[in-house]
Design a protein around this ligand. Structure first.
Ligand code: NDP
Ligand code: HEM
Length: 519
């Protein structure tokens, strides 16, 4: 009798699995009701009208109407891929971060590249900084490095960010991009000059996303096992080599393939040609920071490689295109606030502003529980006392207590994660001249080093051509004022730069100087 029972049991089991499988293949409404007809609406008579009771029609149209979520207010157009970060060097003297604590250790990452100013459907080859946002799914929580392909930025106080971005978006009346707004803002904010020179070099139009560097840009910190802090800059150096488009090539690419960067990334990864970056850091002690002639927390400046050499940490490789773009790339949410033990913030005002801004943007764009979306989830279940809210899908703490302290659960705080204290001796004040003051108002030396020492004649030629091409678009009654104001900044970088741009714009510099003297 036993083998016979066994066979019957087996047959029943197979039949059960088959029926389940059939169930799973049925087309159903979201609540599970099988569809009888996916393509024809229920009508009164063959020729209609339709019935209100065709709930399935209703659900199909209603869900479709809700397919779009708000696009990111900046960095709306983007591409993403999963990959692996592998530690290659021992940096334990700087950081106790667990994902860095062993040569050969691998951590899963998700990287989203983007352009900044355009809408979600805009062209990939626009002249624009490129976003370079990496989420490390570490064993100690998620670490987001939300950087750009430039080591500096246009402004150094977060209060200027919405104004700056408005100038990169569309004119309120014409709904057109406006060189007048852009150059008006830049000329009134000379701290933008460094980033403007990078943006108008050919690095402003990189050849897709694989051939550019990524930079954390801000000064961050690292803390080691002895609770010692160093200041740090993050660099991701492309191992594909730097490759850019000229202004003319970028214009052609925009017309030929709006989605070139997306296509280039997908095709490379799908064909097994995995792009890689060398993750490197620069470090600075607090003593070195005090002695620096400029503010080391100023986002418009870099730290010289000669004084603060690059040190390798590991290799980042992208090796998997997500299986669904919306679920992953569109719903991904990065935040500079997301750090792990061993990595910390710094007093950089822009970074401080961004710590608040990003999670706020995510709560608006994706909802209060955005960290529960699979792409944003940390690799282990998170326990805390946050409860409820729209789209809570992780069990909401189940039946456990929803307050702290309590006598029932075993969740505890871990004081071993405490960061070393930071000393602040300065007065609390509104510093109105925030771009001035000791070590703050040199907006010209580093752009000059870039122009004279880093660029070659070919780079300088393209830089001037790109600037002239863009400034020719300045229009309206303030055209001359804006051009002259910006020319002054270029002259202060280097008279050759000022003269070349003036010549390209057919500005008579001598006449301008004479009129200034007259005033
Ligand atoms: P280095 O000669 O050691 O480094 C120059 C850096 O400039 C290289 O990292 C290079 O990147 C990068 N670079 C080359 N062309 C451009 C461009 N058109 N736009 C932006 N970056 C470019 O010099 P220093 O460290 O002494 O810095 C000199 C100047 O170089 C700085 O004032 C700054 O303008 C620029 N720079 C400095 C960086 C830094 O972190 N120190 C980072 C990027 C730029 P790569 O090696 O990948 O080709
Ligand atoms: C995206 C704000 C400066 C890199 C965003 C978003 C906001 C924002 C609101 C959209 C977030 C979302 O909806 O998901 C700010 C503010 C800044 C600032 C207030 C200055 C105070 C910077 C700087 C960098 C940067 C300096 C780079 C060094 C990025 C990147 C994204 C982004 C890469 C896209 C992230 C992604 O791929 O989802 N920023 N930003 N931003 N920002 Fe900033």
């Amino acid at each position: 009798g036993r083998p016979k029972n066994h066979i019957i049991f087996l047959i029943l089991n197979i039949a059960y699995i088959m029926s389940k499988k059939e169930q799973n293949h049925k087309l159903r409404s979201a609540s599970g009701r099988p569809y009888t007809n996916h393509e024809n609406s229920k009508s009164a008579g063959r020729r209609g009208p339709l019935l209100l009771e065709d709930y399935i029609l209703h659900e199909k149209l209603a869900h479709f109407n809700r397919e779009r979520i708000p696009e990111r207010v900046v960095h709306a157009k983007g591409s993403g891929a999963f990959g692996t970060f592998t530690v290659t060097q021992d940096v334990s003297k700087y950081s106790r971060a667990k994902f860095l604590n062993q040569i050969g250790k691998e951590t899963k990452v998700f990287l989203r590249f983007s352009t900044v100013g355009g809408e979600k459907g805009s062209a990939d080859s626009e002249r624009d900084p490129r976003g370079f946002a990496v989420k490390f799914y570490t064993e100690d929580g998620n670490f987001d490095m939300v950087g750009n392909n430039t080591p500096v930025f246009f402004i150094k106080d977060p209060k200027k960010f919405p104004d700056f971005i408005h100038t990169q978006k569309r004119d309120p009346k014409t709904n057109l991009k406006s060189p007048t707004m852009m150059w008006d803002f830049w000329s009134l904010n000379p701290e933008s000059l460094h980033q403007v020179l990078i943006l108008f070099s050919d690095r402003g139009t990189p050849y897709g996303y694989r051939h550019m560097n990524g930079y954390g840009s801000h000064t961050f910190s690292m803390v080691n096992a002895d609770n010692e802090r160093v200041w740090v800059k993050f660099h991701f150096k492309t191992l594909q080599g730097i490759k850019n488009m000229t202004g003319a090539e970028a214009d052609q690419m925009r017309a030929k393939d709006m989605d070139f960067s997306q296509r280039d990334l997908v095709e490379a990864i799908e064909s097994g040609n995995f792009p890689k970056w060398r993750f490197m850091i620069q470090t600075m002690t607090d003593e070195q920071a005090q002695a620096l002639p400029f503010n080391p927390f100023d986002l418009s400046k870099v730290w010289s490689h000669k004084d603060f050499p690059l040190q390798e940490v590991g290799i980042l490789e992208l090796n998997q295109i997500p299986r669904n773009y919306f679920a992953t790339v569109e719903q991904s949410a990065f935040a500079p606030a997301h750090i792990v033990d061993g990595i910390g913030y710094s007093p950089d005002k822009m970074l401080q502003g961004r710590l608040l801004s990003y999670p706020d943007a995510h709560r608006y764009r994706l909802g209060a529980n955005y960290e529960q979306i699979p792409v944003n989830r940390c690799p282990f279940a998170v326990k805390n006392y946050q409860r409820d809210g729209l789209m809570r899908v992780d069990g909401n703490g189940e039946e456990g207590p929803n307050y702290y302290p309590n006598s029932f659960d075993d969740i505890y705080e871990d004081a071993s994660y405490t960061e070393p204290a930071e000393e602040i001796k300065d007065p609390v004040a509104d510093f109105f001249d925030r771009n001035e003051g000791p070590g703050e108002n040199d907006h010209f030396s580093q752009p000059a080093a870039l122009f004279n020492e880093v660029m070659n004649d070919y780079d300088r030629h393209n830089l001037v051509a790109n600037i002239v091409g863009a400034m020719q678009g300045i229009a309206g009654p303030k055209r001359e004022t804006i051009i002259n104001r910006q020319l002054c900044h270029f002259f202060r970088v280097d008279p050759k730069l000022g003269a070349a741009v003036a010549q390209g714009l057919e500005v008579d510099v001598e006449a301008v100087m004479a009129s200034l003297k007259h005033e």
